[in-house]
Structure formats: C-alpha cells, structure tokens
Write a protein that binds this ligand. Structure first.
Ligand SMILES: Nc1ncnc2c1ncn2[C@@H]1O[C@H](COP(=O)(O)OP(=O)(O)OP(=O)(O)O)[C@@H](O)[C@H]1O
Ligand SMILES: [Mg+2]
Length: 297
C-alpha cells in the first residue's frame, strides 16, 4: 500500500491528467468513448467498476451515459441511489422516446436501464432494434463517454454490446476459476472480432503483484492460443468500504474520494480516455450492435 505522500501525489497527478479535453478520437471531430464492461464469471465487480468509472469520468466534467446492459439483473440504478421507472424495453416495445427513459443522477451520470425481459430482447425484430439503435446513436453524440455494464458471460446481448463498443474492459478476480472464464470470454471475443482493444481489470486483488501475475498468466495463454493480448488497465484491492457504499446506495468514489481505491479509479479512467483518444475508432458502432443482436437471436 503506498504511503500518504505517495497517495496525495498520485491523486494530484491523476486529477491533473484527467482535465477535460475538447475531443477524443478522430481529429477535428468529437467522438464518443464507448466502452463495454464484461466478465466471464458473475459477481466479480462489473457493476462496481462501471458505476465508479462513470462517476469518476463525470467528475471531470465529461458527459457520461451508463447503459445498464445487464438485461437479466440490472442494478446500476440501485448503486447510484435512483429508482428506474422506465427501461430500454419501454423504448423498444412501447415506443417511449429514448430520452424519456434516461435517468439523471446527482453524480452527473445519466443512466439507461434494461431491467428485465431478456427473452423479449433477444427475439427482437430487426426493424425495432434498428429504430432503437438509431435513437441511441443520435443520443450518443451528446455524450463524451458511454459505458455498457454488461451481463456476465457471453450471451447474445453481451456480444452485441461488445461488438458495438470498440473498447472492452474485462473484469476478473484473481481466482483461477474466474481466470478460466476470462480466457473463454476472450476466446469468443477474438474469434468473432468483437473488440478492437481489450483491457483487463483485476478486482479484489491482495496487491498489485497479484494483479500483474493474473495479467501475465492470461497473456501467456492468449498469445499461445489466440495470438492475442489483453492490457492490464487496473488493479483494485478488496475493501470493506465497497459494501458499505452499496448499503448507503452511494458510489464508492463519491463517498470516499481520497481512498486508494478512488485514486485507482482516477488512474483507470485516465488510461481508458487516453487509449480511446489515441484510437481512430472510439465511437459507438450501430451496425455492429444491430448485427450482434440479430445474429445471436
Ligand atoms: N473491490 C471490492 N472489494 C470488496 N467487495 C467488492 C469489490 N468489488 C465488488 N465487491 C462486491 O462484490 C459483489 C459483486 O459486485 P458487482 O455487483 O459489482 O459484480 P458484477 O460482476 O456486476 O455481478 P453480476 O455478474 O451479478 O452483474 C458486490 O457485493 C460488491 O459490493
Ligand atoms: Mg452487475
């Protein structure tokens, strides 16, 4: 664990480098940094990472949309202390304008939820999905960052969001079973060309070394069998405060902004924004999103 001076310096530098930039992506054109957050195994901290990353990015005056893409068990709204009234399904099946299903939170993060009805979603007709995507794309231009908090595993909805967002963050714990599931997920991502850049977040790690070891193990298997790689984007320790924040229905980084975990979120946000900024294709890809839904239904 770093000492207090190190932490303060780290926080200052993280804050400084997170200063808003007018644009990322293609030069001269504002593009959206779209990232899907996925995992092989459930319960590894995707929602924790998505929500806190979203709030961290919003703290730097970026406009952030968090799409709760876990169509089975959505809960980002709970973590952000708001109650969802309308969901993605209302937009798709009941013709509700997408703007009307967006929920604003006091943390500067807007959310779209998809609370239930995954069966309905996977058997969607192309025309309906196309309309929804069109609306989502129009909306996307109003945001700097769009994060998709996906369901665990690799069902059709997950692949759709992975395909739509050029950047993916895979969350894992250091447990060997969790790692095997990450490998299975990356295999599908690679074989189907679902993501242009894969990042790894090792959550609930005992220390940085453990996170680095996890990344090294994964990379050696991936390079051997998939000719691929995954970049370690962040290591997050376990903290009792995570569940304490959950009980208070407050995002961790809003409750304890100087905690080492919050500093890690700043560094993670920073890395992700730089990566998206450096890439030519940061934006949301509606065609891929549509393809993913249909080919998997
Ligand atoms: N770094 C951490 N330290 C301690 N507890 C954590 C940490 N990260 C997540 N948790 C706890 O682990 C549980 C699962 O986290 P979370 O809901 O974010 O996982 P998930 O991957 O989104 O799960 P699901 O697959 O069900 O969507 C929650 O109770 C959360 O508070
Ligand atoms: Mg979740």
């Amino acid at each position: 664990m770093p000492d207090q001076n190190d932490q303060a310096a780290s926080l200052r530098s993280a804050n400084k480098s997170l200063a808003p930039e007018p644009a990322f992506g293609i030069k001269g054109r504002k593009s959206v940094c779209a990232v899907s957050i996925a995992s092989g195994k459930g319960g590894v901290g995707k929602t924790f990472v998505s929500v806190n990353l979203a709030v961290t990015m919003a703290q730097t005056e970026r406009k952030v949309l968090l799409v709760d893409a876990d169509l089975g068990l959505a809960n980002a709204d709970i973590v952000l202390g708001v109650k969802t009234e309308f969901t993605m399904q209302d937009a798709i099946f009941k013709g509700k304008p997408i703007r009307d299903i967006i929920l604003k939170t006091k943390y500067g993060v807007d959310i779209i939820s998809a609370s239930s009805g995954s069966k309905e979603m996977v058997s969607l007709g192309a025309a309906r999905m196309q309309m929804f995507i069109q609306e989502l794309l129009e909306l996307a231009a109003e945001y700097d960052v769009i994060l998709f908090d996906c369901a665990a595993g690799i069902d059709s909805n997950v692949t759709s969001f992975l395909a739509a967002a050029p950047h993916s963050l895979i969350v894992t714990t250091p447990q060997p079973t969790s790692l095997m599931d990450v490998y299975a997920l990356t295999k599908i991502i690679y074989q189907n060309g679902l993501s242009n850049s894969l990042g790894l977040v090792v959550n609930m790690a005992d220390n940085d070394g453990q996170g680095e070891a996890v990344a090294a193990t994964l990379n050696s298997v991936m390079s051997k069998f998939l000719s691929g790689k995954i970049d370690l984007m962040g290591v997050l320790p376990s903290s009792d405060r995570v569940n304490a924040a959950l009980k208070r229905r407050t995002p961790f980084v809003a409750e304890w902004s100087k905690d080492p975990v919050s500093i890690r979120f700043k560094q993670l946000a920073n890395k992700l924004l730089r990566r998206a900024g450096a890439s030519e294709d940061s934006g949301l890809d509606g065609e891929s999103l549509l393809k993913g839904f249909i080919s998997n239904s």
